[in-house]
Design a protein around this ligand. Structure first.
Ligand code: IVH
Length: 709
């Protein structure tokens, strides 16, 4: 890259390493790439929807740099590598606001550290690891404790005066807690919550929603609007700090915090102090795993030599400090085509719009569908089939569509019309909540409910497939699970594709399930907020269905894994299915749970293949646990992997399915990052285990879906 400063001045720092980018074949191709990059940068500056997503911009930029290396004579003053910020330029910075070098993997990080050790001629004393906030750099001057000037970074030497906007920025007080004269540097950004609020405000004013939090922050800092969009600030450096607080970066940051300024250390990401590069890589991996849960956007991690003495000795190269480096994460927002909008109806009747997408890599995962939240949100955002949409996936968050690129809309794109009737049963829709539901609730899903009752994890009725169920429902022979027990051979034999022999077998296999343990019956009822494991626990706890139906809320809370909220839901659901239970009992379905050693024969435990850490073919996933998992010993961590159906392993290889990274993780986390393996934060692993034990399938699935590569 020729000019890091300029790259950052247009605020879209390249992530693609130019050393590996392909130069353009002709000058014309190079020129049109320059034009395209300038257009995107201009849109970015105006706070408009980006014409290119980050990854595409970075790739474009890298090729421009590569071409200029190969053909220096092609380069003109309008290249994005030469262009500096278009902002006011009326504040001169006290010292240049420099950029920082980038690495993209832990090998790069180790190379940087090794080079720094060589420069110092001794190992770096300590490092700090903090979030690289995805916003824009500003400098805030305080004179005797009062905020006197706020300037954007601009071209690094002079920036635009945005002092009047300071009132919008949380974390940057008008007055410090002490009357010091100091310059604070940091990032202005928009939190995820404020981004959502800001989008709503824009819609309310008839303006298009923001493209992403960063361009929203950039636009809002400059814009004079009739409405105010909240912004936030986080400090990562300062000049003029009194000597007693200036011996290290971490001390400077602590001092700023004490003065009342928001800092990276106080953020949900925190600032880690590490003694060696192994600790650094583990901290980088741990932060990466939490990326989606921080509440604000980070595009990487910044690693710095902590001691001021080390920093001073290392100094600067022509354009960036040698004492610090940015480890960039893969882009978490990309654009792709929205192929169509499907409407899904859940087992309990909840109706949701789901986006079907042209497959796209986002943050290392191929995404083919994404949530559109609810119909109100979808209509407000006016997302249409055929649109080019922004897909955001960060950490564990389910991929979501944050908006559409307006200029890319095909002329014939039709606005989406929400369903007038339930797409499954054709009945009315209950729109009283943001989440629409079929007015018939779970009755809408008769077939889904029946399929669940007959499934392997519940009553496991052999020979009763999808097609026969359809035919039985269509003929009106059954409406619920209990009706299955009333079916006789002549009725079944009279149906298509079933002869007398098959009909007799089916009647027998249905009848045989009457003896199944209570836990399976309970599972088959599909009570919300329970699953196989929790149903088993409930059945064991109460012993009989009568005891279950008679239990008070307080008694429910005695069951391991059931709190007051869950108890209330279960009670309401049981009341709803009480008539079905009575009907099943009248058909002679067993309503007791066997106790004692005999119970092990069929406890209703989930089939092994249904355990969370099983691959689709039923084989166990290989999982490595490194560092500590909250609440578990090392042994218990490995046992937990097995309890979840996985195989725990002590070494990381390309065969590892994922790595659980906790506090104190070392070289295994580094290796996992190098191999590009999915990483699960130890806290989340603990949550996964708790959810599994509680039979909370929604949460286990949610945690695991984001792991797939
Ligand atoms: S330290 C000498 N720390 O990333 C420059 N920068 O390319 C020292 N940034 O322009 C910068 N979070 O706008 C630093 N925790 C952090 C940061 C951070 C975001 C931005 C900053 C800078 C760019 C580096």
């Amino acid at each position: 890259m020729h000019n890091d400063l300029a790259a950052d001045a247009i605020a879209v720092a390249p992530i693609v390493d130019p050393a590996h980018a392909r130069p353009h074949a002709t000058r014309d191709e190079y020129r049109s790439a320059v034009e395209q990059a300038r257009g995107a940068a201009a849109a970015y500056y105006a706070g408009e929807q980006n014409l290119l997503d980050d990854a595409d911009y970075d790739a474009l930029y890298a090729r421009i740099v590569a071409s200029e290396r190969e053909h220096p004579q092609w380069r003109t003053g309008d290249s994005p590598t030469a262009v500096v910020g278009t902002v006011g330029g009326d504040v001169e910075h006290s010292s240049p606001m420099l950029s920082i070098g980038n690495v993209f993997n832990s090998e790069g990080l180790r190379d940087w550290a090794a080079k720094l050790d060589r420069t110092l001629d001794r190992p770096v004393t300590r490092y700090t690891v903090e979030p690289k906030i995805d916003g824009l750099a500003i400098a805030a001057r305080y004179t005797e404790g009062r905020l006197t000037q706020l300037a954007t970074r601009g071209n690094g030497y002079t920036g635009e005066d945005v002092t009047s906007q300071a009132r919008l920025i949380a974390g940057l007080p008008q007055r410090l807690s002490a009357p010091v004269t100091i310059e604070v540097r940091g990032e202005v950004y928009m939190t995820d919550t404020d981004f959502a609020k800001g989008c709503d405000l824009r819609l309310a004013h008839g303006e298009p929603v923001f493209a992403n939090p960063r361009s929203a922050a950039a636009g809002s800092l400059r814009a004079q609007r009739v409405y105010d969009v909240p912004l936030s600030f986080m400090a990562y450096a300062a000049h003029g700090v009194p000597e007693e607080h200036a011996h290290s970066h971490s001390a400077v940051i602590d001092h700023l915090g004490a003065l009342g300024v928001a800092t990276t250390a106080q953020s949900s990401a925190g600032l880690a102090v590490c003694t060696d590069i192994d600790e650094v890589t583990a901290a980088v991996a741990a932060l990466g795993a939490r990326r989606g849960d921080l509440g604000f956007g980070v595009d990487g991690v910044v690693v710095k030599a902590d001691l001021t003495a080390d920093q001073e000795q290392a100094g600067y190269s022509t354009r960036a400090p040698r004492w610090g480096i940015a480890y960039k994460f893969p882009a978490d927002t990309r654009t792709t085509t929205l192929l169509r909008i499907d409407v899904q109806v859940g087992r309990t009747g909840v109706i949701t719009p789901v986006a079907v997408l042209e497959p796209v890599q986002v943050g290392g995962v191929v995404v083919t569908s994404a949530t559109l939240h609810n119909f109100t949100d979808l209509q407000r955002r006016d997302v249409r089939a055929g649109d080019t949409v922004y897909i955001r996936r960060a950490g564990d968050v389910i991929p979501e569509i944050t908006g559409a690129v307006p200029d890319a809309r095909p002329a014939d794109a039709e606005p989406f019309s929400p369903p007038e009737h339930c797409p499954r049963c054709g009945g009315d829709i209950d729109r009283s909540n943001l989440r629409w539901r079929c007015a018939r609730g779970r009755a809408c899903g008769e077939k889904a409910t029946l399929l669940y009752y007959t499934s392997r994890d519940a009553m496991d009725i052999e020979g009763l497939g999808d097609k026969i169920l359809d035919a039985l429902l269509a003929a009106g022979h059954i409406t619920d699970a209990a009706d299955l027990y009333a079916l006789d051979v002549p009725t079944l034999a009279a149906m298509d594709r079933l002869g007398t022999v098959s009909a007799t077998n089916l009647v027998n296999s249905i009848a045989a399930t009457k003896a199944r343990p209570l836990s399976r019956v309970l599972t088959g009822l599909g009570i919300r907020m329970t699953g196989r494991t929790l149903s088993r626990r409930i059945a064991r706890h109460f012993g009989t269905m009568d005891a279950i139906l008679a239990a008070t809320p307080a008694e429910w809370e005695q069951v391991d894994g059931i709190g007051s909220e869950r108890a209330a839901v279960i009670l309401a659901e049981l009341a709803e299915v009480a008539p079905l239970i009575a009907k099943l009992a009248a058909h002679g379905v067993n309503m007791t749970e066997p106790t004692g050693p005999a119970a092990t024969a069929d406890t209703g435990a989930p089939a092994d293949s249904a355990l969370p850490l099983r691959r689709p073919d039923g084989t166990p996933m290989t999982v490595v646990v490194t560092g500590s998992v909250p609440g578990l010993t090392r042994n218990q961590g490995n046992e937990a992997v097995e309890e979840l159906g996985g195989k725990s392993s002590g070494s990381v290889s390309s065969k590892t399915d994922f790595v659980v990274v906790g506090d104190g993780a070392g070289s295994k986390a580094t290796k996992a990052a190098d191999l590009g393996l999915p990483i699960l934060d130890a806290d989340k692993f603990a949550r996964l285990l708790a959810a599994h034990r509680a039979g909370d399938l929604t949460t286990t699935t949610e945690i695991l879906t984001t792991l797939s590569r």
